[in-house]
Ligand binder design. Structure first.
Ligand code: NAI
Length: 453
């Protein structure tokens, strides 16, 4: 239907722009910001159509959630429920939104980061009649206003990425928390904060930790961040990585992926860590490990992926070589201390899209994507096939909350193992990969402690 609508509008707009405009205004009069779209993108048709096309491309490659969508379309497990979402609004997210809607849900969505949403996708969602409040490059005030608009829809279930909606529901919007059946959190940083709330006994509803689903972190954080961080860096710098010294701060799931792909691109990789086990793992994986104080003198490219603050500060920046490039893939823009960078600099200018030059007098260093998630701000975020699994986990998590919230306490729960495995099974099927099955005898052998040599 959407394509019929688009093609009709396209046909009309080709010959009679005024006719197209009036049709569009009728369709979306309250939600579209026509003047801005016209001035920036040379026509609203381009913008909405570009959004639809991106979504169509993502849908084509999201076979797992596609399967879940078929089931949801028939069974309507979310009928009558409202879902409030804060996620990076781009094409893969739109496929999740459409899946929830096909399952019967009423959805309101905004971005979970002021710079990571894609306006064409947001416009396409609005064109579908979905309550979507995201815009790329929001001020902090606009960002929180959009989060509040999502909460104004009085959701039953929350999908969050970084826990900003969940915080609002424990602060100025706590009156709404009573109604929340549960939430589903996407990322490490959000989960760390929500677990701290659980420990303090202040958490007001159950939260499903989608981040720790195996079909999420093993693939999304590692292979997704690993590939897309480099995509963002390459797009913004157009530089060769082979032969460069790349410093990866944090050897967690994201750091492992970033370091692995840096090695594959021919870089010499240095890892910095604060955790002995992870540091040891990085050594055994063949990387140099040292404190940032030392690494800061050697690196050509620095990438933070710790979820921590002040990983790179003035003491490190002073050590850096002329031309050093700084990028962050952790959730918040606090890993590289940008105020420190500004204090040390005599002048600041943008030298390429998303590349800011800080002139320190004796050298220049370059910050990518304003220190925000480089893979989302300078690229399209994670590869589609990876988000297919993460968002399948999210779709299943929402259904799980709706069906089980009365049994759940105000705690953090992992996504149930059978749902995690269901996603893995669908993914293997979609790839045409078959695996062996345990025989009855093997099952007995594996569960019987009496069977020895
Ligand atoms: P993780 O907990 O597996 O790994 C973080 C690692 O950083 C740990 O090994 C920790 O010991 C280390 N670390 C902490 N403070 C450090 C410091 N000062 N110096 C060096 N190492 C330090 O977390 P994960 O899953 O790798 O996530 C990392 C960050 O990336 C989080 O903020 C998460 O929300 C974010 N994330 C970003 C994604 C993206 O699309 N860019 C996707 C998934 C997660």
């Amino acid at each position: 239907m959407i394509w019929v609508k688009i093609m009709t509008i396209k046909f009309l707009s080709t010959f009679q722009p005024w006719l197209y405009l009036s049709q569009k205004e009728v369709l979306n009069s309250s939600q579209l910001h026509l003047s801005k779209l016209y001035s920036q993108h040379g026509g609203i048709m381009d913008m909405v159509e570009s959004g639809y096309r991106k979504i169509e491309w993502a849908e084509k490659h999201m076979k797992v959630i596609g399967r879940i969508r078929e089931i949801y379309s028939k069974e309507k497990p979310l009928e009558g429920y409202k879902v409030g979402m804060a996620l990076h609004v781009e094409a893969k997210t739109a496929v999740l939104v459409k899946t929830l809607i096909d399952g019967g849900a009423d959805v309101a969505i905004t971005g979970c980061n002021p710079l990571s949403s894609q306006d064409d996708v947001s416009e396409a969602l609005r064109d579908m009649g979905i309550k979507c409040y995201s815009k790329r490059g929001m001020s902090e005030e606009e960002y929180y206003s959009a989060l509040n608009k999502v909460l104004d829809s009085e959701p039953d279930v929350i999908i969050d990425d970084g826990a900003d909606l969940i915080f609002l529901l424990h602060g100025e919007r706590q009156a709404l928390a009573e109604k929340i059946m549960g939430a589903s959190e996407e990322t490490t940083t959000g989960i760390i904060r929500i677990r701290a709330m659980e420990e303090e006994g202040v958490l007001k509803f159950p939260v499903i930790d989608v981040n720790n689903a195996m079909t999420k972190f093993l693939f999304d954080n590692r292979y997704g961040t690993g590939q897309s961080t480099w995509d963002g860096i390459l797009r913004s710098t157009n530089m060769l990585i082979a032969g460069k010294k790349v410093v990866v701060a944090g050897y967690g799931w994201c750091g492992r992926g970033i370091a692995m792909r840096a090695k594959g691109l021919g870089a010499k990789v240095i890892v910095t860590e604060v955790d002995e086990i992870r540091a040891l793992e990085a050594v055994m994986d063949g990387f140099e490990v040292m404190p940032m104080d030392e690494a800061s003198k050697l690196g050509d490219i620095f990438i933070t992926a710790t979820g921590d603050k002040d990983v790179i500060t003035s003491q490190h920046i002073r050590n850096m070589k002329d031309g050093a490039i700084l990028a962050n893939s952790g959730h918040f823009n606090v890993e590289i201390n940008i105020p420190d960078l500004e204090r040390l600099s005599k002048s600041v200018r943008e030298v390429r899209g998303g590349v800011t030059e800080y002139d320190l007098g004796d050298k220049r260093v370059y910050l990518l994507a304003e220190g925000r998630l480089v893979n989302l701000v300078a690229g399209d975020g994670h590869p589609i096939e990876v988000m297919d699994m993460s968002f399948s986990d999210q779709a299943l998590s929402v259904k799980y909350i709706v069906e089980n919230h009365e049994k759940l306490e105000n705690k953090v729960y992992r996504l149930p193992d059978e749902l995690d495995r269901f996603v893995a099974k669908l993914k293997l099927e979609s790839m045409g990969v078959r695996i062996d099955q345990l025989t009855e005898e093997q099952k007995r052998y594996l569960s019987d402690w009496r069977q020895g040599t």
